[in-house]
Ligand binder design. Structure first.
Ligand SMILES: *Cc1c(COP(=O)(O)O)cnc(C)c1O
Length: 362
């Protein structure tokens, strides 16, 4: 096992972030499902959620929910990715509740739940314009709701939900939440009772809660990024959840070359290792370093944030990260370790790699 690159998991921060999200949501009358897919459902994240009293854990991946079942069997498990027919048996076995966007899925989940002598809860998804999963016509969603409520003996219609800011990059506005609640209330009048959940999205819905203009009937959010890497919310939406700390996950890499070199490539520029034609800024001769980790480890070098002043990420190939260290405060040498904060995308790559060492700080 390599010593580096290494992922450091700060359990104190993770636990604190769970508490902070829980408090924010609960003060707003919202039930939080803690989503673990942003760190590949590593055991530490499941443990942090469990230790801080999370009541529901969510993931888009069944193997992560299975791990949650082993580590924290008493916490309800939410399947986030709409189920494909071949997954029906596993979904019913590992998840207590799932997001569903078709009548077909209701049918196969109902059949499977019957076979396993279980009652499976479903949340019907409305597509409000982000163009990923969800019913497009409210009428079809209502028909599906009536089916789940009246015909599917082994299903429990738990609610209506939506997902925004994933494919279509649609912002969670007051209007979008109004639309969601309208769909839910149409379902409620069709089935003659109130729904348990109106599930208003993920971390990108947090700005509404912080602005205190979230629709009062939205009572569930499915939060991942907001307590895991906790960086995108701040960088993109310019808001922070009080008490949430960044850098619960840190990437550490070892320096393997240091040299003064030109900053502008010499020769005819064609394309890089990934077939792109990047642009380079000519800053003359600069002190540079290579760290032993690359795009294969963390995906996007431009999203890494060096945790040391004066170090700049220039770019990367599969296994090498190029750093400008001209302005570094310390005298770096080969074998030194540099640390990086990560965004959501980096974290999901790094936590998914078997060959990256792990350092858990309790
Ligand atoms: C991933 C996902 C979430 C959580 O998203 P974050 O941005 O990590 O909060 C919520 N709902 C669905 C359907 C998802 O796929």
């Amino acid at each position: 096992m390599r010593q580096y690159p290494r992922l450091t998991v700060d359990m104190k921060k993770l636990r604190g972030n769970v508490r902070a999200v829980k408090k924010l949501c609960e003060n707003a009358g919202i039930f939080p499902a803690f989503v673990i897919k942003g760190c590949n459902g590593i055991p530490e994240a499941i443990r942090a959620a469990a230790e801080e009293g999370a009541e529901m854990i969510g993931s888009s991946r069944l193997e992560q929910l299975r791990r949650a079942k082993e580590i924290a069997p008493d916490i309800e498990r939410l399947m986030l990715r709409i189920p494909a027919p071949s997954e029906a048996a596993d979904v019913v076995e590992v998840a207590d509740i799932s997001l569903v966007s078709s009548l077909e899925a209701l049918e196969f989940l109902d059949t499977e739940a019957g076979k396993q002598h279980k009652k499976h809860q479903v949340i019907l998804m409305a597509d409000l314009g982000d163009l990923r999963e969800g019913f497009w016509e409210t009428d079809q969603l209502v028909q599906a709701a009536i089916y789940a409520e009246q015909k599917a003996d082994n299903l429990i219609l738990a609610g209506v939900g939506t997902n925004l800011g994933c494919y279509g990059a649609i912002d969670v506005t007051v209007e979008k939440m109004d639309e969601l609640v309208q769909v839910a209330e149409t379902v409620e009048s069709a089935i003659g009772r109130r729904l348990k959940y109106i599930s208003g999205g993920g971390t990108t819905s947090i700005p509404r809660v912080l602005a205190k203009d979230m629709h009062p009937r939205v009572n569930m959010l499915r939060i991942g990024e907001g307590w895991l890497s906790a960086r995108d919310l701040e960088d993109i939406w310019h808001c922070t959840i009080p008490g949430v700390e960044k850098n619960a996950f840190i990437l550490e890499a070892e320096i393997s070359e240091i040299r003064d070199k030109a900053s502008y490539p010499q020769g005819v520029i064609k394309c890089d290792a990934f077939g792109n034609v990047p642009t380079y800024e000519d800053r003359g001769i600069r002190k540079r370093a290579i760290a032993s980790a690359g795009k294969v480890d963390y995906g996007y070098p431009e999203m890494l944030e060096p945790l040391e002043e004066g170090i700049e990420v220039l770019g990367a190939s599969s296994d090498h990260t190029l750093l400008d260290i001209q302005e570094a405060k310390r005298e770096l040498k080969i074998g030194d370790i540099v640390k990086f904060g990560m965004k959501y995308a980096n974290t999901v790559f790094v936590t998914g790699r078997e060959d990256i060492a792990k350092n858990i700080i309790e």
